[in-house]
Design a binder for this molecule. Structure first.
Ligand code: SF4
Ligand code: SF4
Length: 182
């Protein structure tokens, strides 16, 4: 059974109508995550990327999320306020079908870390540098059920087997389950 735990949920609200395509968010993020920090500002290393098409007035900031091992089988299209977007425009994944959200040297997927509380209490860098106020940072506290992950159980069991031996663990489990049934 899980325990209740307090969790800070961090959100960045994106107001697409306010974005003017300046790309300051990409510069700030890539500089912050450069190694050494602030030594370069290659937008290809940014964890926020701007989908930009001035001809159709599309300026869409997108954050890097979990990477996808395979590309999608099909593609959707969205028409919002008369502007046509590809489904991929909204996608947060580094995926085999495109270069976005991949570290340019290693090809490893990039993921927004909300700047990892660095320094604590500061807003994420992209939010601080978005002078058009298209990005707004919000934090809220939530009570969540702490999940027991299957991998954690396996790691725990393995160390108990190492310590007591498999037979002893199995005898104990069967004794416990017999007493639960009764
Ligand atoms: S929150 Fe931080 S890590 Fe995420 S995109 Fe913005 S600057 Fe980059
Ligand atoms: S800094 Fe703000 S206005 Fe500039 S591209 Fe990024 S989200 Fe858009």
């Amino acid at each position: 059974m899980g325990e209740k735990k307090k969790k800070i949920v961090k959100t960045i609200k994106i107001d697409v109508d306010k974005c003017n395509g300046c790309r300051a968010c990409e510069v700030a993020c890539s500089a912050f995550h450069a190694s050494p920090q602030y030594s370069s500002n290659n937008p290809a290393r940014s964890r926020i990327r701007l989908v930009r098409d001035p001809l159709t007035d599309i300026y869409l900031p997108v954050y890097a999320g979990e990477h996808a091992k395979a590309e999608c089988m099909g593609r959707g299209k969205y028409v919002i306020d008369g502007k046509e977007y590809s489904e991929c425009d909204f996608c947060r994944s580094a995926c085999p079908s495109r270069d976005i959200f991949k570290e340019p040297d290693s090809g490893l997927p990039l993921k927004c870390d909300m700047c990892e509380d660095n320094p604590p209490g500061e807003k994420p860098l992209c939010v601080q540098w978005c002078l058009a106020e298209a990005l707004t940072y919000e934090e809220r506290e939530e009570e969540v059920e702490e999940e027991v992950r299957a991998e954690d159980i396996e790691v725990g069991l393995e160390s108990m087997i190492d310590k007591y031996g498999l037979q002893k663990i199995m005898d104990t489990v069967s004794r416990m389950s017999a007493s639960k049934k009764g």
